[in-house]
Design a binder for this molecule. Sequence first.
Ligand SMILES: Nc1nc2c(c(=O)[nH]1)N[C@H]1C(S)=C(S)[C@@H](COP(=O)(O)OP(=O)(O)OC[C@H]3O[C@@H](n4cnc5c(=O)[nH]c(N)nc54)[C@H](O)[C@@H]3O)O[C@H]1N2
Ligand SMILES: Nc1nc2c(c(=O)[nH]1)N[C@H]1C(S)=C(S)[C@@H](COP(=O)(O)OP(=O)(O)OC[C@H]3O[C@@H](n4cnc5c(=O)[nH]c(N)nc54)[C@H](O)[C@@H]3O)O[C@H]1N2
Ligand SMILES: [Mo]
Length: 774
Amino acid sequence: MVHRRRVSAHEYEYDEKSIVVTEAKSYAAGVPAVLVSLQRGVEQMGPGRTAYSLAKLNQRKGFDCPGCAWPETPGHRKHAEFCENGAKAVAEEATRRTVGPDFFATHSIDDLLGRTEYWLGQQGRITHPMVLRPGATHYEEIDWDSAERMIADELRQLATPEQAIFYTSGRTSNEAAFLYQLLIRSFGTNNMPDCSNMCHESSGSALSASIGIGKGSVSVPDIENADLILIAGQNPGTNHPRMLSTLEKAKSNGARVIAINPLVEAGLRRFKDPQKVGGVVGDGVAIADEYLQIRLGGDMALFQGLGKMFVDADDEAPGTVIDRAFVETYTAGFDDWIDHIRGVDMDVVLEATGLSMREIRDTAEALVHSEKTIVCWAMGLTQQTHGVATIEEAVNLLLLRGMIGKPGAGVCPVRGHSNVQGDRTMGIWEKMPESFLAALDDEFGIHSPRDHGLDAVDSIRAMRDGRGTFFMGMGGNFVSATPDTAVTEAALRNCSLTVQVSTKLNRSHLVHGRSALILPSLGRTDRDVQASGKQFVTVEDSMSMVHASRGGLRPSSAFMRSEVSIVCGIAEKLFGPGHSVPWGSFRDDYDRIRDSISRVVPGFEDFNRKVRQKEGFGLPHPPRDSRTFHTSTGKANFAVNELTWLPVPEGRLMLQTMRSHDQYNTTIYGLDDRYRGVKGGRRVVFVHPDDIASMGFVDGEVVDLVSEWQLPDGTVAERRADRFRIVAYSTPRGNAAAYYPETNPLIPLDHVARKSNTPVSKAVVVRLERRRHG
Ligand SMILES: Nc1nc2c(c(=O)[nH]1)N[C@H]1C(S)=C(S)[C@@H](COP(=O)(O)OP(=O)(O)OC[C@H]3O[C@@H](n4cnc5c(=O)[nH]c(N)nc54)[C@H](O)[C@@H]3O)O[C@H]1N2
Ligand SMILES: Nc1nc2c(c(=O)[nH]1)N[C@H]1C(S)=C(S)[C@@H](COP(=O)(O)OP(=O)(O)OC[C@H]3O[C@@H](n4cnc5c(=O)[nH]c(N)nc54)[C@H](O)[C@@H]3O)O[C@H]1N2
Ligand SMILES: [Mo]
């Protein structure tokens, strides 16, 4: 029996007819990158604002790039410390286009539901608080005071605080995140799903268990000085372009780079730094020395296979491969691990990875000869059913070689959103530890709830089942970023009130509860003035460095408020005068928020002084700093995992959903994926030429994607996304790739990673289906 779940097709305009496909690029950046940055800037901001904002981007007295979380190089901020995609992120936020009450009067919700995310985002910055009344067809203007009152009234009448769900995206500053979680915990719930749940949650789970802290252990200088860098499941040319400059430096210092990726990504092949003469007129530099074009989900098998080769080599020449002194002093679980790894079948490893014995042996040799190894990874590893185990296996390899807690070596989960790591540090997590909650209670005289809250997937279930009735999003685009679009949309529509604090229009404003609010927020680039004068905020990058960010542009409307001020306004209405948290004083002067943070969050002592230092400051990282491991055993733990991989069922494809070069998550900058040679549209599916032929299709044909998900009772649930143009592309047989968020309707809500509950966005079983009509 087959259950069919169809997602209404009106949600995205089809663009497959306008798509032009050319050959994929063999290098990233170069002169075209600069031209595209300037062009997008001038289109959105005009020449003056473009020049001003690009000059302030990632500079000490400027603002932190709202793009990715890659750190600035300490001590060497180049005059233009930005990249094409950082420039696009700025253009998108600092645009002069605006969406105000007139826009909402002209466009009904129904009209807007028929538009693409691209179209919605291109309309401009939201300028006024807007409300959608029960049964209304259009949003209308509302004053801040009434909006705050609506939220407070709704929260107060809930039967239990557990009915409220508070989402956070990763651009929120430390100060705003700290106050937001304080409001939520003062109110009485830990229901704090965040974008991390869909992103690096698997990294956090794995690293906490293995080394006792869920963050990366390396700095930029470590990468520059490593002799071997593995980059698995990450596309830095598009998603972390400034990482390429760091890799270029590492290469010039003699590092070897091994890329592990089913797609041959341009940025991992060559980099032409447009700020160097060689990058303008020459061929640039090669990045990857080896390119392992692995099968989707094969990384765990690769890491176990490498582990087995280590063990075999060490058996032959004891003490030459395994760092026995490190293992004995600093780790636990080695004996169990070695018993397990001896049993790994190399034939399974070859099958699971699709790699050759030579490729795996060469990689093992590179690792054995390296004194300073770093493993970098992103969504290709985390968004898998066995993502946590895969990352644990990568850590096992590093532990064997003593690669944690020494310069030039360690783990490097490359974060997504520019402050996603900081938001976690500030308490945005549904299961913060007791030590944090106790410190928070002490500082503010509140009683934080101790029961764990809901993460993203569990929040959707709660709203679907009527247990969650209030939703608030601090940034982000929950409806489009989460899996199983039909289920998630129905869940949101079940709510009594949905509130979105946003800079730009997106689909989450259109899929709403009985009532809905849009609250327009200042962004990173905007000047933020409060009672005590001009304010700055702080962020934490992917390598645990904290620094200040000061917006300088005049906000395009006087009605926008900072996220800090929005949280304080809601809290004042909710808790009334005399609450033990000084909300008004926090809004007036962000230094006072930082003073409280300095007493609650470890590592932030003397925050206000330290953040005013030239380069900000680094947070403690016990494994890196002193080989101290706050784990269950007090040591770094070897993990033992049954080898898991993803066989592709006959006649089907394993689909990964990923980013094009012209988007920031659900914000679509444009319709070109320059590096992969696709222009003018996004509804494409990349498939191996032999698979296209064997399934009886041709390159360029338009097909529907149908995902198949086996339910516990053995029946198969189907989900469908219409009209994708097949693009013949270099990827392992049986694997396919297409863009997110267009493919999110295909991802089952229950298909999640073990332990981290992260949606499995990189392995969806699909079949291609010929379209019956046109
Ligand atoms: N310009 C821009 N920058 C961004 C973002 C953006 O959308 N646009 N998003 C930000 C965010 S929130 C994040 S989390 C990061 C995301 O950064 P990435 O993780 O680089 O993003 P994805 O596009 O999801 O790319 C996943 C990569 O992993 C590979 N991959 C997929 N499955 C597997 C697998 O099973 N094994 C291996 N080895 N590789 C695999 C894919 O081929 C692809 O190269 O980027 C951040 N920066
Ligand atoms: N299929 C599939 N799904 C995925 C992924 C995938 O690879 N495949 N990746 C997942 C990942 S890694 C992530 S991180 C999530 C991303 O999920 P989200 O973080 O929820 O999504 P974004 O698209 O980054 O959010 C964009 C919106 O944020 C708002 N915004 C931007 N800047 C600001 C600001 O400064 N303040 C406020 N208040 N609002 C702002 C704008 O209104 C904009 O429309 O998606 C996940 N979903
Ligand atoms: Mo992310």
